[in-house]
Design a protein around this ligand. Sequence first.
Ligand SMILES: NC(=O)c1ccc[n+]([C@@H]2O[C@H](COP(=O)([O-])OP(=O)(O)OC[C@H]3O[C@@H](n4cnc5c(N)ncnc54)[C@H](OP(=O)(O)O)[C@@H]3O)[C@@H](O)[C@H]2O)c1
Length: 226
Amino acid sequence: MPTPQKPVDSEFGAASTAAEVIRGISLKGKTAIVTGGYSGIGLETVRVFVTAGAHVIVPARSRTKADDALKGLRDVEIESMELSDPKSVNDFADRFLASNRALDILVNNAGIMAPPLQRDKRGYELQLSTNYLGHFQLTARLLPALRRAKGARVVSVSSWGHRFSPFHFEDPNFERREYKYSLGRRSRQALCERWSSRLLASSRRDRRDRSGGPRSSSRTPGGWSC
Ligand SMILES: NC(=O)c1ccc[n+]([C@@H]2O[C@H](COP(=O)([O-])OP(=O)(O)OC[C@H]3O[C@@H](n4cnc5c(N)ncnc54)[C@H](OP(=O)(O)O)[C@@H]3O)[C@@H](O)[C@H]2O)c1
């Protein structure tokens, strides 16, 4: 059954920029991790966080690309992480935990969109693996640092496209269904399911952690029709 939505009382809308939203807010002393923070939406997120005073860690699967994109930004650490590889996700999270820092903000932003059918080493469809499973594992592993921050925020970047497909629990991995990926309407079923899974997980996590744990929410940067 759908959960009734309550509009957020905000002066911002679809055309507001990140810089406008963060104006007047100080993130001095805060630590943030932004996955995919070296391209597109993630890169802009890192820029505004740094401008507001945060220290930002960007886990990247391509360090060269990240070095280039983030050149000149102060207070940014580049780390290695491949979201579709569970060992790499754990290694990154464990390095962060070993630093004993609190994590104030985790932005689960990285993702791939509508590629041809590919699977990770475990056999999971690659969008499920990258966009959802990798971030689920990352968030769970980082929980001690998020709890330490007392009031941390976990933000999952989803999409308006989630409305075009629920998550298919009976065949999440496209083993018994046709996998479509071209740019036409209804061809991004798998991608829309991944966006739905991010929304569902985020809302579930938020309910679970109400007692002082990190609060979780999802954002949609816009939409594609699926
Ligand atoms: N742009 C849109 O119109 C739109 C609309 C709705 C939702 N979204 C969502 O918004 C998010 C950001 O979109 P964007 O357009 O800014 O994407 P983007 O420019 O393609 O950036 C995606 C980032 O994720 C990283 N990434 C991909 N696979 C990874 C992996 N296996 N391990 C670690 N990092 C990985 C990429 O690294 P590499 O460069 O190394 O590949 C890149 O830095 C995505 O989750 C997307 O689904 C975007």
